[in-house]
Design a protein around this ligand. Sequence first.
Ligand SMILES: [Zn+2]
Ligand SMILES: [Zn+2]
Length: 302
Amino acid sequence: MRIRFILLGLVALTTFRAHAQYVGAFAPPNVGDTPIKISEHVWGVYGFPNIGIVVGAAGVLIVDTGLGPRNGAAVAKIAEKLAPHRKLYLTTTHFHPEHAAGDAGFPKNTILIRNRVQQQELELHGQEMIAMFAGRNDAQKQLLSDVALRKPDVLFDNEYNLDLGGIVAHLLWYGGAHTKGDEMVFVDPDKTLISGDVVQNKVVPNIFGDGGTPASWINVLKKTQALNAQHVLPDHSPASDGSLVALELTFISELRTRALELKQQGLPVEEAGDRLTAEFKQRYSDWPINSVANFVKSIYTE
Ligand SMILES: [Zn+2]
Ligand SMILES: [Zn+2]
């Protein structure tokens, strides 16, 4: 028992350190500058947010832009250095400004691809999110002062298969999770999943505004499991192996089951948030959990 306790403590400490190092590796609100190899054709640049770069013989796909055009330009430069003289493609994991508001910084001939639901969400709520992010501090205000959102060159419904020369990037829309238009990219033959905010590395999930629901998020994760990913690059936490998908599914399913039990018993949502925060801090002691109250609210109002 004692040894088990010490081991759990060690795991918690290691995870905490990994996350602390990860967060310390860049200065928000900017993208990073060092590509890290995730798999044979996929690179990640840790920053706010993490950027995915998928390199084929003929084309390069960049996943997410960074906050504002200056970050977008920095990302395009990193990709050009990593894999010069290739056709450039861009997609975005969801419409929030640090993921999608930097497209004007990319070269003019970049092909912008995203799913239709995300595009609708961007047109509906994009400007209000940009205003909200700009209102947070001067740095973000400056970075967002010259946003000029482009019209996508390609819109797709559920899946778009992009041949980059020797490899295929599957751009996927499986349904609502963190937002309605969450997109993921699965790279063949690497079996690497660029998972946006849908699958994270031990980060409490969050549904923003009228995004998805906890139930739709679970559905998305079940479909994602069938991909059998071996590497996962999330947007706001360090990359790891395919086990992150099952871990995310377990966390959300358990939290949903417990919250619905408490709702059934008539416990007010605030009390349920407090109680389940304490409970999940214990249950997931290697996750840096502040609070699960927001997600409990999403479950109560589902
Ligand atoms: Zn987001
Ligand atoms: Zn995000």
